[in-house]
Write a protein that binds this ligand. Sequence first.
Ligand code: GTP
Ligand code: MG
Length: 406
Amino acid sequence: MSIVTVQLGQCGNQIGYEVFDVICRDLYSTQGFCSKKENGIYQASCKEHFFNEEKSGVPVARALLIDMEPKVISQTLLKAAHSGKWKYGQNSHFCQKQGSGNNWAYGYSVHGPKHEESIMNLIQKEVEKYDSLSGFSIIMSMAGGTGSGLGAFLTQNLRDAYPHSFIINQVIWPYGSGEVIVQNYNSVLTLSHLYRSSDALLVHENDVIHKICSKLMNIKQISFRDVNQVIAHQLGSVFQPTYSSEGSFQYRRKPLGDLMESLVPHPEFKMLGLRNIPQMSENSLAYTTFAWAGLLKHLRQMLISNAKMEEGDFKDPALYTSWLQPSDAFSEWRTHRAFNKYEKSAALVSNSQFLLKPLDTIIGKAWNMFASKAYVHQYTKFGIEEEDFLDSFTVLEQVLASYYNL
Ligand SMILES: Nc1nc2c(ncn2[C@@H]2O[C@H](COP(=O)(O)OP(=O)(O)OP(=O)(O)O)[C@@H](O)[C@H]2O)c(=O)[nH]1
Ligand SMILES: [Mg+2]
């Protein structure tokens, strides 16, 4: 089944490009570490999820590019075309002349309704190309105006138009010391709205990824491109084909459905986080050997780094909430195939308390600003009233409370 990726705003488009690029490079990688037959099945499954085949033989990404300003989209289209390995579809983008200027209200209440019909038509045309649709993966930042505001608006529309498809939002969490003064307002509005209409929010924290670039990858001057490549690697390692351990080496056909089924058993808990190992510079990679036991132990430690547990495995009930059996709370998927130059690697997606602190911080900062009514007029000007802010705070306070009580 295919996944339609929707790339929104500057951040969403720049990350989306890196995701397809890494997946395509992996698709044709000769570093297989698995049988020729399995490699073939893996490649077919990957294509089914992410690419259309064109007569010319160049795979076409199952993606739509949307932004309200043209610059990033034209750069992204060009980069893909120049790669020579894959490209975006000819009529797969929508842009306008002027962005939302980091104003969530502008993206949500102005750009949203104005371009709703064109964008929904574009999406419908894309969906009609496929025999079966697994769902949508929407990549967006939480702190700008277009990705976040228009993104929240579109997610709601998709929910109404495709009630039986899965929707996962790839949400980019802003740097704590962010560059946008109203980023906490935008974040609170984005999260509260997505919580109503999305199935799951897979969160990528810019601060955390930045640290991976500096500490693990040894990159000196870190650019968005470096950060985006780490995010793309992480997403690829989760969404590239795998099979469940009990099965008969059948690669999973419902990539989004399987993920949701395992990870989002309750509508109150939709925040997912992603960790992966190893992550290192290309230089170190050449001198490293990998062993599964060590990798999994390390991954588990990353999961429990706040808890007082050291030994054990992923079957340990102490890792999970009491209302789930460990066998239901943990699913394992694998493949013999190497991914993106790593002979062995492991990724963990979890629905846990890991976001409590960053969420609490964002709500606190937004609330302080809101209490003195700073910048609120820029939102009311475009139809987002004080009541809407209060509703959003209430939704997120409830989310915080639910996760606290786990
Ligand atoms: N990881 C990552 N974060 C980005 C990138 N570009 C922007 N951001 C983050 O996204 C937020 C700003 O949102 P943008 O995506 O630039 O905004 P937009 O959706 O284009 O909306 P407007 O420009 O306001 O119309 C900030 O938190 C940035 O740190 C990127 O390429 N990678
Ligand atoms: Mg922009």
